[in-house]
Design a protein around this ligand. Structure first.
Ligand SMILES: Nc1ncnc2c1ncn2[C@@H]1O[C@H](COP(=O)(O)OP(=O)(O)OP(=O)(O)O)[C@@H](O)[C@H]1O
Length: 204
């Protein structure tokens, strides 16, 4: 499976955000999206994941994808184990024992998710990716709230359990994950927004 994106134009609430974005990601590879706040990383990921239609261009991928956003999608009234079992069931899988260790959740298995710290919740949200087993991952700032140890855990999982098995990941991140992956700076692809022309002049 290869992800091929050709001449993609994306918009947020009808306003063009990025234009003419093209790239290819081969099996086992990741692509890091960079660019300043508001450039359109989230919008691009949402479009790639099929959550909104593109204005123009093509997205070709043979596998189904999973999108992980800032929100963790955690059920606070369920335990860590119950959360992962829930997601596994939705995707017709079982929870691999290895995800508890991979995301440092072993000692938290019986804890209600609502009582977890921000970083622990984030690790649980990321562990979801380990149970749904989608080959194509679109990840929006996956390491928000994580300390360096947890960032490294996630990077290890991504490299050894996802990419090493032929998976693909497109990741918007402001921090260095320490994985070997090319970077696409979206700055040159900013769509011309005529309606905003001169709006910043008041601050000059
Ligand atoms: N619901 C919305 N309605 C209108 N405009 C929006 C909406 N959400 C985002 N935008 C605008 O769309 C543009 C792209 O936003 P997007 O969230 O894709 O950027 P980003 O690169 O992911 O930013 P960040 O690094 O801050 O997360 C921004 O100018 C933003 O203000």
């Amino acid at each position: 499976m290869t992800l091929t994106v050709t001449s993609l134009d994306v918009a947020r609430s009808g306003t063009p955000v990025l234009s003419d974005v093209s790239f290819v990601v081969a099996p086992g590879e990741a692509l890091i999206l960079r660019g300043p706040n508001g450039i359109g990383k989230t919008t691009l990921l949402r479009t790639l994941a099929g959550l909104q239609p593109p204005l123009a261009g093509q997205i070709a991928a043979s596998d189904e994808s999973a999108y992980s956003s800032h929100a963790d999608g955690i059920k606070t009234a369920l335990t860590v184990e119950e959360n992962l079992s829930f997601w596994a069931e939705v995707y017709g899988n079982t929870v691999p024992e290895s995800v508890y260790e991979a995301f440092d959740l072993t000692s938290l298995r019986q804890r209600l998710a609502g009582t977890l710290s921000a970083g622990q919740k984030r690790r649980l949200g990321l562990a979801r990716l380990g149970v749904i087993a989608r080959k194509l991952l679109y990840l929006d700032e996956p390491t928000v709230s994580l300390d360096r140890f947890s960032v490294n855990l996630f990077a290890d999982w991504l490299r050894d359990k996802h990419l090493a098995k032929g998976g693909i990941a497109v990741i918007a991140t402001h921090i260095d994950l320490g994985i070997d992956a090319p970077t696409l700076d979206l700055t040159p692809f900013a769509a011309v927004r005529e309606a905003e022309g001169g709006a910043d002049e008041a601050f000059l």
